[in-house]
Design a protein around this ligand. Sequence first.
Ligand SMILES: Cc1cc2nc3c(=O)[nH]c(=O)nc-3n(C[C@H](O)[C@H](O)[C@H](O)COP(=O)(O)OP(=O)(O)OC[C@H]3O[C@@H](n4cnc5c(N)ncnc54)[C@H](O)[C@@H]3O)c2cc1C
Length: 490
Amino acid sequence: MTKHYDTIIIGAGHNGLVAAAYLAKQGKKVLVLERRAIVGGSVVTESFGDGFAVDSVFTGGSLRPDIVKDLKLPLPEVKEKPAFISLQPDGNHIALDAESIKRISEKDAARFPEFVRFMDKAASILDTAYATIMPRLPMNFGIKEGYGLLELGLELKLAGRKDMLNFIRALPMTAQELVEEYFESEIVKAAICAVAIHGSTLGPMGAGTGYTLIHNWMNRGGLAHKNVGKAGEITTALANAVKAFGGEIRTEAEVASIKIESQIAKGVILANGEEISANQIFSSADPKHTLLKLVGAQDLPPEFVWHTQSIKMRGSVAKIHLQTNGNHGIPAGTAVLAPSIKYLEKAYDATKYGEISEKPYLEVTTSGNTVSIHFQFAPYNLKHGNWNVEREKVENLAINTLAEFFPNLKSSIVNRKSITPLDLEETYGLTEGDINHGQLMLDQFLFMRPIPGWSNHKTPIDNLYLCGSGVHGGGGVSGAAGRNAAKALK
Ligand SMILES: Cc1cc2nc3c(=O)[nH]c(=O)nc-3n(C[C@H](O)[C@H](O)[C@H](O)COP(=O)(O)OP(=O)(O)OC[C@H]3O[C@@H](n4cnc5c(N)ncnc54)[C@H](O)[C@@H]3O)c2cc1C
């Protein structure tokens, strides 16, 4: 006899765990199934050997404070304000704060506080939008969804006419256009543009990177990553909350398919053949994986299949972690190799041709003796070679490029671990290595995420809901997608 639950949640990333915790808190009998041996998904701290523990994929950030409060998570509010540093060839690296910017431009230093104020306001508006369940446009929508939109409209109105207009205007702009409205120094402009392209397969001259700048600003709470080295604490706290509310979590439990009868989800079949039934299935795996692999095109309307196949997943991020003896010389905070906007755009250009950037955009963080390098661009789909061969190339490119700024780096390295876009897919379950389960682009935004007409977490299969980063509210680690999905069920 198969076991039966109210809700099965596929995937124990932070969104799956947030949804599970809210549903378990409501008294539902919940089971979370995770294919890996550890929970956390991309928000994970894992060990790669003796003393080499690292936030392997996601760099740093925090959950929405209201989720922390609702679920009584023992996570302190992150108040730290780490430095955000533009690396300079002469070693005089520049932190982006009004005081240090004075070294390169008095005018930019004077404008910096107003830029930060606007970005904080824009991030707050976006955060509210993410916390609102989107109606299924172009379908009709009911009072519940209309009420959410009303709240969002109110937030926009309260933002004040000028900020509201500038927020809406900023979304489709290029990051370059946005920063040029504030700053004159190439160093300042390029460093801010680096934040806009983090995780996106776009250059700073691409339309819509105004939106990704606001998105990443919102998730970080500014320019620099916070809480580096502590990603695992977030998902451990969430997993403990799920269990404390009575939910169950099983690791090494890969879902091979979702059992469907007459267009209704009835349960799941694990890779080992075990069947588990439930009244509802939530999937925090990405929409392509969930709908095309775990459900299958045969059970879905053709137009829906076409839209799902068309979701843009364009992973182009690799990570290189270095265990060092501590003498690497890299300053604490988030350091970016972004000397100019053209440099970043050229780094992106390589992906158009399926090539790895020879002059990459690097974002570097340190935690203890460990140095973590976020490398862009390293396209999932390579024109030549494959990721088993190209891994070493990316490792060497990252180390050699960074060593030009920090001469002691190479001699300080005692161990290394790289994660290619193919590893992101095979190990972390991210289709095409796309870190946000689908690119953050304006045609995959709001009521168009994951696909037009299906933005309220539902699917054409009754009782099957989506709750991961690929739906509205994601990506990033706010937990909004997971909580919105749990709310949509009520
Ligand atoms: C390299 C990298 C850098 C990033 N940088 C940032 C950043 O700086 N700022 C930011 O805000 N965000 C960043 N992100 C994005 C952010 O980490 C993700 O958007 C977010 O963590 C996704 O959470 P999730 O719970 O929706 O999905 P995931 O964390 O992907 O979790 C999904 C889970 O489902 C499991 N799963 C998949 N298929 C199955 C199956 N068939 N059966 C059982 N389990 C399954 C997976 O193993 C995984 O544990 C980054 C991500 C990566 C990879």
